[in-house]
Design a protein around this ligand. Structure first.
Ligand code: NAP
Length: 387
């Protein structure tokens, strides 16, 4: 190791995993208090009975069920007010990345006299947030183990991140029984989100050796179990495997950040309504064909983990192999890898490419030299389902 190889790896969240783990929530949270604010999305936590199971353990809880998908700052402000009014001791997020991310900022607003819109960036608050407990009901974002909250900045029509070491949840409860009500489309999109995060984490400029090990294992798990979770939604084995993948993906990106896949994918989500994970998934084949030329050894390992081993480290062969592995997965899931089949018009792509290429923050962790021409080519390849 040379001094250039130094890295940090920080993951303070306690993890409780296993079927039925939700029934141990009150016991696990005893040291945090008796009056949580339970934060959920608008329907699914109540509809699948999870909210009632958790409420039964916390008779003094307050409930906030207003979080929309891709939440904005306004809903967090309302949740923060409720948390103060009800004098809650801690926050429990029940849901996918949207409620988990909103809950993190609500926990900040409960102890800091500010607005969510003032929190974008790193450590933009003084007082320690309330403790956060995350019960993910999707297997994708890994937010249950990250120090990030990704919110829609309504003033800019863009996704922005609130970051702070105290946003790592104190506890993450990974219970596969919370997953079985997920519709097929959500299972696919969130599984692709987790895949995207582990692949991006491996090639990030801030990749870490422990993260790399998790990333390759996660790719093998996705290849084996995501199609099973889609085919057999009640399979607790498949659901548990995908929850593990999502958790790994969060642990990885908490160290490495994401790369240009996320920087580009937000346009598909915010301008065309594609689910966050699907949007990223549609960019994987072209983006990793590009990455094969920058970090061929790592991308060859990814290709092998996706079931497409390649003998040489010739970048062209590595690019074919990794893109082939991604497309084989899409084929197994019955999903087109072409953005044009998901409602994105070709006419918008060049404009998005110029915006991405003009904002170095969007590719700060991305290896290689990023030019407008390159980003245009990548968007067009994603649109066609090529690489
Ligand atoms: P989501 O937006 O939380 O949920 C998507 C949909 O799935 C919602 O309609 C939700 O319904 C439903 N749903 C969730 N769990 C369900 C279940 N078990 N059964 C039935 N329906 C269920 O989706 P997500 O992909 O998990 O989260 C995406 C968000 O996370 C984005 O805003 C993204 O930017 C963010 N993100 C954050 C991080 C991070 O580190 N913080 C990382 C990656 C992505 P309800 O709304 O009714 O619950």
């Amino acid at each position: 190791m040379t001094p250039m190889d130094t890295y940090t790896f920080h993951m303070p969240t306690r993890i409780l995993s296993g079927a039925g783990a939700v029934s141990r929530l009150a016991a696990e949270c005893a040291s945090l208090g008796r009056r949580p604010l339970i934060v959920t999305g608008r329907n699914s936590a109540r509809a699948c009975g999870l909210l009632d199971r958790v409420l039964a353990q916390f008779p003094e809880a307050a409930v906030f069920t207003e979080v929309e998908e891709n939440p904005g700052t306004a809903v967090c402000d309302r949740g923060g007010l409720l948390c103060r009014e009800k004098k809650c001791d801690f926050v429990i997020a029940l849901g996918g990345g949207s409620p988990m991310d909103a809950a993190k900022v609500i926990a900040v607003l409960a102890t800091n006299d500010t607005k969510a819109a003032e929190l974008f960036g790193a450590d933009k608050y003084a007082a320690t947030p309330l403790p956060i407990v995350a019960v993910p009901t999707t297997a994708g974002t890994g937010s249950e183990v990250t120090p990030y909250s990704v919110l829609t900045d309504e003033s800019q029509g863009m996704k922005r991140t609130v970051k702070g070491a105290s946003l790592f949840p104190a506890l993450a409860v990974l219970d596969p029984e919370t997953q079985v009500s997920m519709p097929r489309s959500v299972t696919i999109a969130t599984g692709l989100d987790a895949l995207s995060q582990v692949m991006e984490g491996l090639v990030s400029r801030n990749a870490t050796p422990p993260g790399d090990v998790l990333a390759l294992d996660a790719c093998r798990l996705v290849r084996r179990w995501l199609p099973v979770a889609v085919r057999e939604p009640g399979s607790l084995e498949a659901r548990e495997a995908m929850l593990r993948v999502a958790m790994y993906s969060g642990v990885i990106i908490a160290q490495s950040g994401t790369t240009m896949v996320h920087g580009m994918g937000y346009y598909y989500t915010l301008r065309h309504g594609l689910a966050h994970g699907l949007a990223n998934g549609l960019l994987l084949a072209p983006m990793f064909a590009f990455n094969a030329r920058e970090v061929p050894g790592k991308v060859a390992a990814l290709a092998a983990a996706l079931g497409c081993p390649v003998e040489s480290d010739d970048p062209d062969e590595v690019a074919e192999a990794v893109a082939g592995g991604v497309h084989a997965l899409f084929g197994g899931l019955g999903v087109s890898p072409a953005a044009r089949d998901h409602g994105v018009p070709e006419s918008v792509l060049d404009g998005y490419a110029d915006e991405v290429a003009g904002d170095p923050y969007r590719f700060r962790n991305q290896p290689g030299v990023i030019t407008p021409e390159l980003v245009r080519r990548l968007y067009h390849a994603s649109w066609e389902g090529a690489w």
